[in-house]
Design a binder for this molecule. Structure first.
Ligand code: PNS
Length: 159
């Protein structure tokens, strides 16, 4: 059985993330979406909120589960017996960071490999940060995030 982990902050999940989740779920037996619970970053949404939003969004994809994690990604991956890390590559600007991260992870645990999905063209520009900024200034974010997430972003930014 092939189990992979798709890690990220997902603050909030975007249609770009969902695209990667759908595509990765087709080539592995089980995909765990791993939501980073990182105290040093200050996310807009709590980790519980981010997990809930993701669970709602992936509820119709039977082989996808959502979990949160703390600490090193490779340690979490190992603990759930996932030997593949999935990441999306949008543009050349992602490449340096992603390469560094995957090589660090490889040195930390040589049994875990990273595979990259090139982001679909329609989502190539999307990021959680730009979604938050656009929403903050009142832009329509319905083309950026899943339907169930739209109002949660506006509501959170109002608080
Ligand atoms: O969505 P993001 O913020 O680009 O995801 C980054 C993430 C969560 C994949 C990365 O920060 C991560 O794996 N953090 C856990 C700590 C870790 O293992 N870092 C990599 C080795 S230094």
């Amino acid at each position: 059985m092939t189990r992979a982990i798709y890690p990220g902050s997902f603050d909030p999940v975007t249609l770009g993330h969902l695209d990667i989740i759908n595509r990765a779920a087709k080539i592995v037996d089980e995909l765990i979406v791993g939501v980073l619970n990182n105290n040093s970053k200050t996310p807009l949404f709590s980790v519980e909120n981010r997990v809930k939003m993701l669970e709602e969004v992936v509820k119709d994809i039977p082989n996808v589960k959502v979990m949160s994690f703390e600490g090193l990604l490779v340690d979490f991956a190992d603990s759930i017996d996932a030997h593949i890390i999935v990441r999306g590559l949008r543009a050349v600007t992602d490449f340096e960071y992603e390469l560094q991260m995957s090589q660090t992870n490889m040195v930390l645990n040589n049994d875990i490999d990273t595979i990259f999905f090139t982001t679909s063209l329609e989502y190539a520009y999307l990021s959680s940060s730009t979604v938050k900024e656009a929403a903050f200034y009142g832009a329509d974010i319905s083309r950026f995030v899943p339907k169930t997430v739209i109002n949660q972003v506006y509501d959170k930014l109002k608080k």
